[in-house]
Ligand binder design. Structure first.
Ligand code: GLC
Length: 558
């Protein structure tokens, strides 16, 4: 076999943790299913929809925030970490959801937002009162820039918030100080250098672990540690005013990503291994978009700094790398070699979509998106599917008067609403999302074609492809646990790899171009299993040369 990697022996693990090879389905609760007719999704709606999740072959769900919140950032501004917002239901609904999911053998990860709270959280209400109350140091408070003129306080530095791209500092009259908000003005940053804050978040973790959750998705972790001198961020020389997000005018080298991030997260990871929680395997996945100039090192810093037995960073290359064969070949080789060399415990964690990024089909087109689905389900580690991805949902144009997202404050075209529209369940009214008169965001115009019910009956639909892929992955030790070896395939537009475990070997070939190609994978292909292309010409036993259709991704047994 012609491979680039040296032979590294198979990881010898006593038992597999649930995260290894898991298919995780991200539910954005506002948009999944509405049970009470208010046009906003809720927890009982999620329980209603669990059969769909189960039929998809999902092993775990990650729930975006459902906690009490003024909804300035749609739940990522939390005013009480240990409860459920009435718009989504009650804590009893959550317990019922846990039980119903467990009956279907589906694990639950909840979203943990450690970097900031809502400005209505009791901690902040206390902290902002004075400079000497018990929570005075729980947030990031700073005096004005010393160059300020009397009565005209200037912010301490040039940092910008990541949503609207405005100044990241807000003046507070009572304290005569600014507070930092790395995101919306209503999301003050917690002060992670304060051990009491760290303890408080660990307490939150224990609250949800005690209820029985299997893990966490940890939000916006790079912002947990900043330059202790609070120096300015550097300007981004590549910034294009008007087309880039305003926050991208700066490169965030001081406002985020300082080394204590890993120590803080490792402290959190240790909670997952506390005696009380050893009854089952628990896992957390951290959200950080890696520094592009030092990609692999950026990912590895998380694996090296945080116990890989219970934690992994998201792998965002499905969102960021672009759909090019050369980039993927290079990335897969370098990344998986680095993981193998570090520890057999490392779990990769691929996402090709989420509630913040353009939808997969809108990014790369339908045929390539089908290809990406086959690729994702045959990659190692966890694979994340964002609700709607499984039916090929696209971005939805939102008229300016219906825009909700704070990221769109200065530019209605830059918000994330287009990827957060209600899930399309059926060709019926409001796509079967609600019985009520309206929906919080508009339903996609193409919902009669792209919806769960219609696609369920079509063996060539996106949904059928996802279901078949999940079935294959769930039934194969090699696809779940196997190591990956990247092949030389003799064509610059094709990526090929083998997934192997014990005596089971699967070969994946992906044509990244919009033209048919002939490649030479250099390994025996004994059985053709599935293709992203319904019109595939592949059959069993292709010899030597393999001809792939435009955008085709095919899976074989070796
Ligand atoms: C993360 C979330 C995003 C949110 C931000 C602030 O990036 O995914 O939706 O706006 O953090 O919490």
């Amino acid at each position: 076999m012609s491979t680039n990697n040296q032979d590294i022996s198979q990881p010898q693990l006593v038992a597999h943790r649930w995260a290894e090879g898991a298919i995780v389905y991200q539910i954005y609760p506002r948009s999944f299913k509405d049970s009470n007719g208010d046009g906003i999704g809720d927890l009982p709606g999620i329980i209603d929809g669990l059969d769909h999740v189960q039929q998809l072959g999902v092993n775990a769900i990650w729930l975006s925030p459902f906690y009490p919140s003024p909804m300035a950032d749609f739940g990522y501004d939390i005013s009480d970490y240990c409860n459920v917002d009435p718009v989504f239901g009650t804590l009893d609904d959550f317990k019922r959801l846990l039980a119903e999911a467990a009956k279907r053998n589906i694990r639950i990860m909840v979203d943990l937002v450690p970097n900031h709270t809502s400005d209505e959280h009791a901690w902040f209400l206390e902290s902002k009162q004075s400079r000497d109350n018990p929570k005075a140091d729980w947030y990031v408070w700073k005096d004005p820039n010393p160059e300020s003129e009397p009565g005209r306080p200037l912010p301490p530095n040039n940092w910008r918030d990541q949503l609207a791209g405005d100044v990241a500092w807000e003046w507070n009259e009572a304290r005569g100080q600014f507070y930092l908000h790395s995101f919306d003005v209503r999301q003050p940053d917690l002060n992670w250098s304060n051990p009491d804050v760290r303890d408080a978040i660990k307490h939150v973790m224990r609250f949800w672990l005690d209820l029985g959750v299997d893990g966490f998705r940890v939000d916006a972790v790079y912002w947990m540690a900043k330059d202790p001198l609070f120096r300015d961020d550097d300007r981004n020389p590549h910034y294009l005013e008007g087309s880039d997000k305003r926050a991208n005018a700066l490169i965030r080298n001081n406002s985020s990503g300082w080394p204590p991030v890993y120590a803080y997260l490792n402290e959190m990871a240790r909670v997952l291994k506390e005696k009380k929680y050893q009854d089952k395997s628990r896992f957390m996945v951290t959200e950080a978009y890696p520094r592009r100039h030092n990609l692999i090192a950026s990912y590895m810093a998380f694996y090296e700094g945080i116990d890989p037995e219970v934690a992994a960073p998201f792998n965002f290359e499905g969102l960021e790398l672009g759909w090019r064969a050369s980039s993927w070949t290079r990335f897969l080789r370098a990344f998986h070699l680095a993981l193998e060399q570090h520890s057999p415990l490392c779990v990769s964690s691929y996402a090709f979509g989420n509630h913040d990024k353009k939808r997969l089909v809108s990014r790369i087109g339908l045929p390539a998106a089908r290809s990406a689905a086959v690729m994702e389900f045959t990659l190692p580690g966890m694979v994340f599917v964002y609700n709607g991805e499984e039916i090929g949902m696209r971005n939805v144009d939102i008229p300016p008067e219906l825009v909700h997202d704070p990221e769109a404050r200065h530019n209605p075209r830059q918000g994330r609403d287009p990827v957060r529209t209600p899930l399309q369940w059926s060709p019926g009214k409001h796509a079967g999302f609600t019985d009520g008169p309206t929906t919080w965001l508009p339903i996609a115009a193409d919902y009669k074609k792209y919806n769960i019910k219609t696609e369920h009956n079509d063996p060539q639909s996106f949904l059928s492809l996802y279901q078949q892929l999940a079935k294959l992955r769930n039934g194969s030790e090699a696809l779940r646990y196997g190591r990956i070896q990247v092949l030389e395939v003799g064509h610059e537009d094709v990526v090929g790899y083998v997934r192997s475990y014990k005596n089971e070997h699967w070969v994946v070939l992906i044509n990244f171009s919009d033209k048919p190609v002939i490649c030479v994978p250099g390994v025996k292909l004994t059985k053709f299993v599935i293709s992203s292309e319904p019109k595939t010409k592949l059959a069993s036993n292709p010899e030597g040369k393999v001809q792939l259709l435009a955008h085709e991704c095919a899976l074989f047994l070796q």
